[in-house]
Design a protein around this ligand. Structure first.
Ligand code: DQA
Length: 143
């Protein structure tokens, strides 16, 4: 079983970007922990970050026949991208949406997600731990 993890725009700056909102954990640390947890769970995992919508869409398409499920933090594209939403529903893989911050406690525009209703679940506000919980839940669901 292979899981795709996608990190959207600006998440490459984690650790330095608004640490009071997003925490001090870097993206490399999040990915390292996910790889460790995946090994413990006996699954393969690949992780990608892109600041470009089309690249994220291409990665989703490429996962269609190679992966069993997806964990995605679409960053700001969460609130704007019909194309990303369509890519998630097009590939038909169970997908969990993750946000480090609680998007529902912030600006009003962050409360709407174009991807939420094509995802199995949304985890928001638990920081880096949200990714681990998403991985555990996804693997459990796939088994
Ligand atoms: C985010 C929340 C989004 O609103 C924001 O644009 C991000 C990060 C989060 O992980 O909390 O880039 O997805």
């Amino acid at each position: 079983m292979r899981i795709l993890v996608l990190h959207g725009p600006n998440l490459n700056l984690l650790g330095r970007r608004e640490p009071e909102v997003y925490g001090k954990t870097t993206l490399a640390e999040i990915d390292a922990r996910l790889l460790e947890r995946a090994a413990e769970l006996g699954v393969s995992l690949e992780s990608h970050q892109s600041n470009h919508e089309g690249v994220l869409i291409d990665l989703l398409h490429a996962a269609m026949d190679r992966c069993g499920g997806v964990i995605i933090n679409p960053g700001g594209l969460t609130h704007t991208s019909v194309a990303l939403r369509d890519a998630i529903s097009s590939i038909g893989l169970p997908t969990i949406e993750v946000h480090l911050s609680n998007v529902h406690q912030r600006e009003a525009f962050r409360r709407s997600s174009y991807v939420a209703d094509v995802c199995v679940a949304q985890i928001a506000g638990l920081g880096a731990r949200g990714y681990e919980l998403a991985l555990e839940a996804l693997v459990e669901r796939l088994r």
